[in-house]
Design a protein around this ligand. Structure first.
Ligand code: ARG
Length: 529
């Protein structure tokens, strides 16, 4: 148990040993100071008893060293791994004491008929990881995709579709067609006043829930969600709820009334409704929640959505994952919720991340998520095409896809979350270094070793055959939920039967731990590549 703990007094070091700082004990008044530090250290060390866990105790300079039994370490870790398998390091009794509750994680949230940009990709990857992590800690996680499915752009899209739309194209390639119509109508609207009018008219019909307009909008939305679901599946991502701004259109008006009742709503000279957020009450900072024509805004819908989610799911915490440019938006959102008396807003959190430049495919700028995944797969397949294993594969595209996606995910987690970075396919798909490809490669090699020789789980193994520094350090990493590989230094092939058996047991454990960690990151481990 002490292997997991470290504090100011007890230091866990690189080896499975720890030391006790006598100096710190004295300084903190835990031991009475009487005389020479060294003499006191030695006296203390001589009084401590060794046992089957701590094999050796000796005094250093002001510290007492404890050496943990290697045999026991090997035995315990590998036994535990064998028992817990996919739960090892994931669902541990260590977490049992933690409070578990309901967590809403809102992520991805693209906008219908618009580009799925790098920010949406990052939100998808990071949000999925947060959701997986919360889930493995035992929380009840609700994954929400909050689509941009309302607003003036749907006026334009609706008007545009009546002019340039085609039902056949819409069914065949919905995302592309909606995007094309949207681009075209925007361009036309620039020098054609009539289009602008038609758009405003269409949006007005939408806001008034007019049947025909709503029907078309519904079709856009449904078709888009279906399409997205397919692509998210490739990424290994799912959502419990596809909500969106449209869901909270009506509720947004109620929010405005509540703000009014609480005396939080001010009307400006221009006729807009605002909430004063300054501490001095001098409007030096404020948020607009109502347009002069009485329609709601992005933040108004977010207010309504948050209140609605609290009522529906009674969450303990809610996490929003978007790029950092929306930092102020969420700050204001939480501030207004608090002002409205919703103290649970304290447990709402925005997780911001940095911007990505230059995400391109061979066809040019990325427009759809599918393009990025296709590009990752195509590039990976090309990189793999030379290897013998690939030639033996039945579905190399499938492996290329999984590995390509891992590469995308790993590179995204590489730098600090808030930092911007430049998207670079060559760097992302590198086979060496801390990359997704290398991670998958390490896992696949262990898998093939185990396929060939078995995982050493049948029968007993001799822990004393794993006492070399290399094996001990791997075990240590397993304890810390990290992983390393050492098939070269610790050969299985050509080793005596018992040694091979023990090492396979070790590698089986490494393989499981790697896979467990990868899954939380949102990576699907491959067994061959
Ligand atoms: N659809 C928005 C965008 O693409 C992101 C939504 C973020 N979530 C929210 N609750 N506002 O920028």
């Amino acid at each position: 148990m002490f292997l997991n703990g470290s504090s100011d007094i007890v230091h866990l070091r690189q080896s499975p040993d720890f030391r006790l700082s006598v100096n710190t004990l004295l300084r903190n008044g835990i031991l009475p100071t009487n005389g020479d530090l060294q003499a006191q250290t030695e006296a203390l060390a001589s009084q401590l008893k060794q046992d089957s866990v701590v094999e050796e105790i000796f005094a250093g300079r002001g510290v007492i060293h404890f050496r943990v039994s290697r045999n026991l370490l090997v035995q315990k870790v590998l036994e535990q791994l064998c028992q817990e398998r996919h739960k090892f390091g994931v669902k541990s009794e260590l977490f049992d004491g933690l409070k578990k509750g309901t967590t809403v994680v809102e992520f991805s949230s693209p906008n219908i008929a618009k580009k799925f940009h790098a920010g949406h990709l990052r939100s998808t990857i990071i949000g999925n990881f947060i959701a997986n992590l919360k889930e493995s800690l035992g929380n009840n996680v609700i994954r929400v995709n909050y689509l941009g499915d309302w607003g003036m752009q749907f006026g334009l899209l609706g008007a545009g579709f009546q002019l340039f739309g085609c039902q056949e194209k819409l069914k065949k390639n919905p995302l592309q067609h909606l995007f094309d119509v949207y681009v075209q109508v925007n361009k036309e609207a620039e020098n054609n006043e009539v289009i602008g009018q038609a758009a405003r008219e269409f949006f007005r019909r939408l806001e008034q829930q007019e049947h025909q307009a709503l029907l078309l909008w519904k079709q856009f939305r449904e078709i888009t969600v279906e399409e997205y679901q397919q692509v998210y599946k490739r990424l290994g991502v799912h959502f419990d709820i596809y909500s969106g701004e449209s869901f909270h259109q009506q509720q947004a008006q109620e929010v405005v009334q509540q703000l009014q009742r609480r005396g939080l709503l001010k009307t400006t000279e221009k006729g807009t409704g605002v909430v004063d957020l300054s501490s001095a009450g001098d409007m030096s900072s404020y948020s607009t929640v109502l347009r002069s024509d009485g329609t709601s805004l992005y933040i108004t819908r977010d207010l309504a959505a948050a209140i609605d989610r609290k009522e529906r799911y009674n969450f303990d915490e809610m996490i929003y994952v978007t790029d950092k440019s929306q930092g102020i938006h969420f700050q204001q959102l939480f501030q207004i919720l608090l002002a409205m008396g919703h103290s649970w807003a304290e447990r709402c959190q925005h997780v911001p991340f940095g911007l990505v430049q230059g995400m391109k495919t061979r066809l040019g700028e990325v427009v759809f998520l599918e393009d990025v995944l296709d590009e990752a797969r195509a590039r990976m397949l090309r990189n793999m095409s030379q290897s013998k294993t690939t030639k033996e594969m039945v579905y190399p595209e499938d492996t290329a896809e999984k590995v390509g996606i891992s590469a995308l995910i790993v590179q995204d987690f590489k730098g600090p979350l808030g930092s911007d970075y430049k998207f670079d396919w060559d760097r992302i798909l590198q086979a060496q270094g801390d990359t997704g490809v290398f991670l998958q490669y390490t896992h696949a090699r262990l898998c093939s070793l185990i396929h060939r020789y078995g995982d050493g789980e049948e029968g007993a193994f001799d822990p004393s055959l794993l006492l070399d520094q290399r094996s001990i350090s791997i075990l240590q990493h397993l304890l810390r939920h990290l992983a390393a590989s050492a098939h070269r230094e610790l050969p299985v092939k050509g080793s005596p039967q018992a040694v091979a058996q023990a090492r396979l047991r070790l590698f089986g454990g490494v393989c499981t731990v790697l896979a467990n960690g990868m899954k939380i990151l949102g990576i699907t481990p491959v067994e061959k590549m």
